[in-house]
Design a protein around this ligand. Structure first.
Ligand SMILES: O=P(O)(O)OC[C@H]1O[C@H](O)[C@H](O)[C@@H](O)[C@@H]1O
Length: 535
């Protein structure tokens, strides 16, 4: 594992804090699990959140149990692995499975259309992993209810198909015992976003066919280095992240185009945004974007020379080193890297809106797109210009789409089309393309997040960070809703309440925030992308 600083300004910023880290004995104290490293207020929480430091070793104890689970699934011919989990309860497994090239369907959405896709994937070979540390996350609970009902309707005993990963004593543990589901308990002293190498990352990955022992070996190889004062990649990367942010380089552009690891930036995004984005401070992770060469950027290349800093290492080691570095950066920024104080507000709004939805009236309508929120614009190009102009000199624009993440793959493609043509067709139908189009028109970072997935990652930074974001939400009509058994709402109602709940939380903090509602999803995306090119 190696951290190579390739840019002088970053080297200076990192060394400006490195001495302080050593003087304060940070590597020794972290190796000893000292919870006082993040100040008095954070000590009690940190004391219960440092188990990730020893996961390369302690998770080995889980291997026999996970091995039996894999045999159980294989014996029943369960090859289609669906993982229901939000944020830290699914992001790591997604990276592991992408990197090991084994199929895994991740359900971290309340989009009824996307959930219907998963239900249509062949229930007869499906094993559902329900992963929730708290055991109380509404999206995950909804997925469990929907799949239980679907299994029963197909004449399948859910007890033969469901694996639960949760913390001891969570409500989900009890539910799993009562229902006779397979149950793997995780360590309660590891927080969600630090849980990649725990049961949360390992169980779904192993069921999908990834070599999880290798992952632990890779992490185990780097672990001893994290106690060192010299040649400690976690300390070096922590000094880079924290030192750069303290010197005004607080937009972390994550570049992984040449890497053999697939999708690590999406996992880092949650780790960094939720751990550091609070108390008016933080680091904004920017995924899938080119750098603009502006002064507040820090470009980190994962196994890639396209950056100010290059981070090389195998996936298991990357997980551990980024967790360590984030914890170190938390100390430098003087925040508690283990809490997420601003996630709860949007959740509260959602619960209220589920009881009494209040979408309001559109400010204007442009073709298949209704626009909600405060604006002086009267058409979409005008609105997009207004939002771009509203981004402060040190700020960013966030595009947040509560849509089906896989819809673009339905785009019609000419028969015999080559890969390039196919990609063009997908991009022209993908809401995420809006990010790239808007990024062409500003030197400020433009980020993109799928809702409600982002609520469990960058959502914390949006609300708790420096407060310099501008927010463009996209929702869409639901034509094939999914009821949530035993609950008084459908997925469509939940999805809209989540979008409105977050919009309210953002607007309540005085941030410019508008919602675009697509009254037809396919033409709505096309119309929006055309407007972005016109503006
Ligand atoms: O694992 P769960 O308890 O379901 O939590 C899933 C996610 O929910 C919350 O929003 C937290 O902010 C995330 O850090 C966490 O990963």
């Amino acid at each position: 594992m190696e951290v190579t600083i390739r840019e002088e300004g970053v080297a200076i910023a990192a060394s400006s804090v490195a001495g302080r880290l050593l003087d304060d004995g940070v590597p020794q104290r972290l190796a000893a699990g000292d919870p006082a490293l993040w100040g008095e207020e954070a000590t009690a929480e940190a004391a219960a959140r440092l188990g990730w430091l020893t996961l390369p070793l302690t998770s080995r104890e889980l291997l026999p149990e996970i091995g039996k689970l894999v045999e159980w699934a294989r014996a029943q011919g369960l090859t289609n692995v669906v993982l229901a989990g939000m944020g830290g309860s699914s992001l790591a497994a997604e990276v592991v499975c992408d990197t090991y090239d084994v199929p895994l369907t991740v359900l971290d959405t309340t989009d009824a259309h996307q959930v219907r896709r998963a239900l249509a994937e062949g229930l007869d070979t499906t094993v559902l992993v329900v992963a929730s540390k708290s055991g109380a996350t509404v999206e995950t609970d909804s997925h469990l209810r929907i799949f239980e009902a679907a299994f029963r309707a197909a004449g399948i005993d859910p007890g033969d198909r469901i694996v639960v990963v949760t913390d001891p004593d969570s409500p989900l543990e009890q539910a799993a015992i009562d229902a006779g589901y397979q149950l793997v308990l995780a360590r309660p002293d590891v927080g969600g976003r630090y849980s990649a190498l725990s049961a949360f990352g390992l169980v779904p990955s192993a069921l999908a066919g990834a070599e999880i022992e290798k992952l632990l070996e890779q992490a185990g190889e780097v672990a001893p280095l994290l106690a060192l004062t010299d040649g400690n990649p976690g300390l070096e990367l922590g000094a880079v992240l924290g030192g750069a942010a303290l010197n005004g380089r607080d937009k972390l552009i994550l570049e992984d185009q040449l890497s053999e690891i697939n999708g690590l930036p999406d996992w880092i995004e949650q780790l960094v945004a939720e751990s550091l984005g609070k108390d008016g401070r933080g680091v904004l992770p920017v995924v899938g974007a080119d750098p603009n060469g502006v002064s507040d950027e820090l470009v980190v290349g994962i196994g890639s020379d396209n950056g100010d800093v290059r981070v090389d290492g195998r996936l298991g080691a990357q997980f551990l080193v980024w967790e360590y570095a984030t914890a170190v950066a938390g100390r430098l920024l003087e925040v508690n890297p283990f809490d997420q104080p601003d996630v709860a507000g949007a959740k509260r709004n959602t619960a209220e809106l589920l009881d009494a939805p209040a979408p309001g009236r559109p400010a204007f309508t442009d073709g298949p797109v209704e626009v909600y929120g405060e604006t002086r614009a009267r058409d979409l190009p005008g609105l997009l210009n207004e939002l771009l102009d509203a981004v402060p000199g040190d700020g960013y624009l966030a595009v947040l789409a509560y849509l089906d993440r896989l819809a673009a793959f339905d785009a019609p493609v000419r028969e015999g089309a080559d890969f390039e043509e196919m990609t063009d067709a997908w991009m022209a139908a993908d809401a995420a393309t809006l990010r790239a189009l808007l990024a062409l028109r500003t030197d400020r970072p433009v980020t993109f997040g799928w809702g409600p997935r982002y609520l469990h990652s960058t959502g914390q930074y949006h609300k708790g960070g420096p407060g310099n974001g501008v927010f463009l939400q996209i929702t869409g009509v639901v034509t094939d809703d999914v009821p949530v058994p035993g609950r008084p709402f459908t997925l469509g109602a939940l999805q809209l309440a989540q979008a409105l709940g977050d919009l309210g939380a953002l607007a309540g903090r005085g941030r410019p925030a508008v919602r675009l509602h697509l009254t037809d999803r396919v033409t709505g995306v096309a119309h929006l992308l055309a407007a972005a090119q016109e503006a």
